[in-house]
Each structure stands twice: as structure tokens, then as C-alpha cells.
Design a protein around this ligand. Structure first.
Ligand code: MLC
Ligand code: AMP
Length: 514
């Protein structure tokens, strides 16, 4: 039985005319549905020829390309578990992910092969391939020797399809285990809820190592048999230029902010567009309103996470569960998606009345299976009756709209990427001359929020802020580096001795104001 393999559902949605264009790169390359089918078959055959154990992980850190998309689909098709890694991650970060996930296969860019393969072989990985963004690399060379016919490997809905690492508020990153069933249910729900229809064309401009670009965008287009206009990197001018040929766009708020800065963004540019979707970070009401004024379109904001894929969405059309409401309300993330149960609980687990703020908990077919090899952590994050504690703080109003007002987890979301202060503080605290540190998120006009490091030097030491940032830069993904560092005499503390990060946030809140 193959129908529970997510790939089978995506493949079944390919149009009858397989010669039609499935993906067109912004550089002008066209890939037909047949190309997707054959190339993923060849890669799936290559993976299967390696005789990997059941449930093997395929860890991938490569630049965005259509071949990287094919590798994702091939991994599903062959029944293995896809493990995407942000291209910004440096060696210490990669070492942890590979050591923790123990992938059987690692795919990296040719430029990184030296250090990545060393790390991988040390962790017991048997196969390291390269894949570059110019259609070269050993993965493609090896796949070329395999048949372009492949029988999709049977998978149950509960079988793992992907592991997405999300950093932890304390300690190391956790691998969120997502199943074929999680992703298929979410893809089908969104196809319906967002009114995907024949003729839709998606502009894909997000990275493909996180939920937004990899699952929401790609599954959305594929399960509708829709063409994608594929951008290797987000460029506001290029996206606006291609809108005339497209109908759907998805982006994190920073992408909308950057497009609004382009004079070319006007009603004529978007006249063919049907839907603009935003998520991964809070969309400022200013951005929502300005977009409406400039384009005549109301951005549809939705909310999700790595552990759950999409949870809530503003309505595309009338939602019959909510008195046929059609309004997309800025500042809210809309209604729980069909099949998702969402509730707001107080600190003692008590149900909060309508409009009152509490922790958001969710349940549904999209909610992940748990954290990779962390049963205790998994148990901690679920309630006794099986709801996942999102760590987001919010409320539901009397019309059913969910609003996120903050987070109980100490997390900064910068340009749609998650940055965990605890991880950065850990690195700073190990630096020579540093007594302690606090990293807080402050508003930023481009990234929404960015990190600021506040550092205390040891009594006999002198610490230079620029050295702190330079040392971090040498070790961590670039988006995690605080945008500013202050060395100060003391940190504000409460009577329990705990650093009062809210005071620091307040103190530095205007640091980047326009
Ligand atoms: C880049 N930089 C960032 C950053 N991105 N700094 C803070 N936050 C970010 N997100 C910094 C780099 O460190 C570098 O600094 C400088 O900006 C230029 O780097 P770049 O790579 O050229 O940046 P750019 O291409 O402009 O990237 C910006 C961006 C990108 C907004 C296009 O960050 C992006 O694609 N974000 C989307 C993230 C995403 O897909 N999230 C979805 C998660 S899924 P320096 O100093 O080194 O020069 C999820 C669930 C859900 O959350 O609900 O969807
Ligand atoms: P990640 O772990 O990268 O998947 O990030 C998930 C987190 O992003 C959620 O827990 C939220 O805090 C945040 N998030 C996603 N979408 C939204 C949104 N529309 N508004 C506010 N926060 C969001």
C-alpha cells in the first residue's frame, strides 16, 4: 500500500499533461512534471541502492535549487527521512545535528565537502554526496546511472517523513519528528482552506530548509498540480517583476517589508495575483495596512511551527464554522484550521475565558510525533490529555480569531528565523573575560526583531563588544549574531536574582527605530 506515503499523494496530483512546466527558475530553466517524476525516481533508486536501514535519515545542507527540491521528494519516495539544514549553519552546529541525528546519508555542497564529510564519517555516516546549485555534484552523477522508473515505497501515516531541528530554550536543539500523515493532512487542509485552484502559480522565494518554504509552499503547489516560479534567493524586484505570471505568494513579514520599499509595487504589478500569505513571525499592522493601500490586497496571515506545520489561518473565503466570516484581520492569525483543536490555558492549566491571555495548546493530525530521541522532553511538552504546548501566548476573541501576544519561550524571531538567546549566551559566557551575558530581542524595521547582547566583564577583565560579535560570527550561523553588543556594569535582576530581560528589552527598544 503506497497511498500513505506523502509522495504518492503529491504525485497523484501531477497534471495529466506531464510535459507542462512544473517549475520554472527565475533564471529561465524549465522543469516539466515528467522531469520531476523521472529525476526523483533516479534519486530514489540511488538511495535505495545503498541498502540503508529502515528509517534512515538523509541530512541535507545545500543551496536552494530545483535538484534540492527533487532530493527532498526522492527521499520521501524512497521511504527515508529528510533532514534539512539551514545553509547558514557552521561546523559546530552541523556537528551537533549530524551527531544527534546519525544520518545514513549526508548531502552537502561541493565547497563544504571537506569539513562536512569529516564530521559525517566521524558520526558513522556511510555516504556523503555533493549537490551544487548549478546542477553538478556526485549525487546527480551517481543518480544518472539509475532507472527513471521507481515504485514509491509504502509508508504508513505514522511513519517519519522528516526531522526538523528547532533550537531549545535550554540546552541543545531538538529534532521535531514529522510523519507522512502530519504533512499530508496539513497539505490537504490548506489546499481547501486557501482555495487553491486550477491555473494557480506560486512564486517560491523562501529557503527550503524550514516548514514555510519546504512544506507549506512546496506541498501547497504540488498537491494542486500548480507550477512554481522558483527563486534561488529572495529579491524583491524579481518577485514583483514575476507577479504578473503568478497568483499566489508566501513570505515571512520581512519579505513584505522589503517589497513595500520598491516603487514598482503597485496595483498593476499584482493584478494577476489571487493571494498573499504571511507567517513565521508577527506581521506588523503597519505592513498589513500599507500592503492593502498599495496593492488593494489583504495579506492573509497564518500561524504555525516546526512541530505542528500550520495551525491557524485567517479565512480565504467564508468559514462556515465561524458564522461565514471572511474578514482577514490584521494583527490576528485567524481561526484554528479545520481539524486543529486550539485552546488557551492559564499557568495552572485552567481554561481561560474568551479574550483572556494564556498559553496556546493544540491538538490535531498535523501535530508532530515527538522530539527525536528525547522522550522526556516530548512528554514535558504535551499535556496529560494530549495537547502540545506551543510556548506561544495568546487569546481567542468572541468571534473566534486567535491573536498571538507573545511567547513564554525565550525566543527571538528575526526575519522569520528562530534565535534562542540561551544558545548565544552560552557561547558568550565561555569567552575570555566574560562574567555573564543576556541576549534579548528588540524591534527592528527590516527583520521585525533582532538580538542585542548585554555583557558583563569579569572584574579584572576588559571585554570589547566588537570582539564578542566577531567571536560569535566565527562559530554560529550569521542570522543568530546579535546586531549590537553592549558591555555594561550590571544586569537588572529581580529579588530572586533572575535577570529581568523585560527591562533590558525596554531599555534597548528604540535602538533600531527608523
Ligand atoms: C540574514 N541576516 C539576518 C537574517 N537573514 N539577520 C537576522 N535575521 C535574519 N533572518 C543577516 C546576515 O547575517 C547578514 O549579515 C546579512 O543579513 C545579509 O545576509 P543575507 O543572507 O544576504 O540576507 P538576505 O538574503 O537578505 O536574507 C534575509 C531574508 C532571510 C529575510 C531573505 O533571512 C530569509 O529568507 N528569511 C526567511 C526565513 C524562513 O523561511 N523562515 C520560516 C521558518 S518556518 P552579515 O552581518 O553577515 O552581513 C516557521 C514556521 C512557520 O517559522 O510558521 O512558518
Ligand atoms: P519555528 O520553530 O521556526 O517553526 O517557529 C515557530 C514559531 O514562529 C511559533 O511558535 C511562533 O512563535 C512563531 N510564528 C509563526 N507564525 C507566526 C505568526 N503569524 N505570528 C506570530 N508568530 C508566529
Amino acid at each position: 500500500m503506497t497511498h500513505n506515503n506523502l509522495f504518492s499523494a503529491l504525485r497523484a496530483a501531477f497534471p495529466v499533461d506531464l510535459t507542462a512546466t512544473a517549475v520554472e527558475t527565475d533564471g529561465g530553466l524549465r522543469y516539466s512534471w515528467q522531469d520531476l517524476d523521472r529525476a526523483t525516481a533516479m534519486m530514489a533508486n540511488l538511495l535505495q541502492s545503498l541498502d540503508l536501514p529502515e528509517g534512515s535519515r538523509v541530512a541535507v545542507q545545500v543551496e536552494k535549487s530545483v535538484e534540492a527540491l527533487m532530493l527532498y521528494l526522492a527521499t520521501l519516495r524512497a521511504g527515508f527521512v529528510f533532514l534539512p539544514l539551514n545553509t547558514a549553519y557552521q561546523s559546530a552546529e552541523i556537528e551537533y545535528f549530524i551527531g544527534n541525528a546519525e544520518p545514513a546519508v549526508v548531502v552537502c555542497s561541493g565547497a563544504n565537502f571537506g569539513w562536512v564529510s569529516k564530521t559525517a564519517f566521524k558520526a558513522g555516516t556511510q555516504h556523503v554526496f555533493t549537490l551544487n546549485d548549478d546542477r553538478t555534484g556526485s549525487l546527480l552523477e551517481r543518480a544518472a546511472h539509475h532507472s527513471d522508473q521507481h515504485q514509491t515505497v509504502a509508508r504508513q501515516a505514522d511513519d517519519l517523513a522528516a526531522i526538523l531541528y528547532t533550537s531549545g530554550t535550554t540546552g541543545r536543539s531538538k529534532g521535531a519528528m514529522l510523519t507522512h500523515g502530519n504533512m499530508l493532512s496539513n497539505a490537504l487542509t490548506l489546499k481547501d482552506y486557501w482555495g487553491w485552484k486550477k491555473g494557480d502559480v506560486l512564486i517560491h522565494a523562501l529557503p527550503i530548509f524550514h516548514v514555510h518554504g519546504l512544506f507549506v509552499a512546496i506541498h501547497g503547489a504540488l498537491i494542486n498540480g500548480s507550477k512554481m516560479i522558483w527563486m534561488a534567493k529572495f529579491d524583491p524586484k524579481r518577485v514583483i517583476a514575476r507577479m504578473k505570471e503568478a497568483t499566489v505568494f508566501m513570505g515571512v513579514p520581512t519579505l513584505y517589508v522589503r517589497m513595500l520599499a520598491e516603487p514598482a509595487l503597485d496595483k498593476a504589478a499584482v493584478k494577476n495575483m489571487r493571494l498573499f500569505i504571511a507567517g513565521s513571525a508577527p506581521l506588523l499592522i503597519e505592513t498589513f495596512t500599507e500592503w492593502q493601500q498599495r496593492t488593494g490586497h489583504t495579506i492573509l496571515e497564518r500561524y504555525g511551527m516546526s512541530e505542528t506545520a500550520m495551525l491557524t489561518s485567517n479565512p480565504y473565503a467564508a468559514d462556515k464554522r465561524y458564522a461565514k466570516q471572511t474578514e482577514r484581520r490584521g494583527g490576528t492569525v485567524g481561526f484554528p484550521l479545520p481539524g486543529v483543536s486550539l485552546r488557551v490555558r492559564g499557568d495552572d492549566g485552567q481554561e481561560m475565558p474568551v479574550g483572556e491571555i494564556g498559553g496556546i495548546q493544540v491538538q490535531g493530525p498535523n501535530v508532530f510525533k515527538g522530539y527525536w530521541r528525547m522522550p522526556e522532553k516530548t512528554a514535558e511538552e504535551f499535556t496529560a490529555d494530549g495537547y502540545f504546548k506551543t510556548g506561544d501566548v495568546g487569546k481567542v476573541d468572541d468571534r473566534g480569531y486567535v491573536t498571538i501576544v507573545g511567547r513564554s519561550k525565550d525566543l527571538i524571531i528575526s526575519g522569520g528565523y528562530n534565535v534562542y538567546p540561551a544558545e548565544i549566551e552560552g557561547y558568550i559566557n565561555e569567552m575570555k573575560g566574560v562574567a555573564e551575558s543576556a541576549v534579548v530581542g528588540v524591534p527592528h524595521p527590516d527583520f521585525g526583531e533582532v538580538g542585542v547582547a548585554v555583557v558583563i566583564a569579569k572584574s579584572d577583565a576588559v571585554v570589547q563588544p566588537e570582539n564578542v560579535l566577531a567571536e560569535l560570527k566565527a562559530k554560529l550561523a550569521n542570522f543568530k549574531i546579535p546586531k549590537h553588543c553592549f558591555v555594561v556594569a550590571e544586569l537588572p535582576r529581580n529579588t530572586m536574582g533572575k535577570v529581568q530581560k523585560n527591562l533590558l528589552r525596554d531599555q534597548y527598544k528604540n535602538l533600531f527605530s527608523a
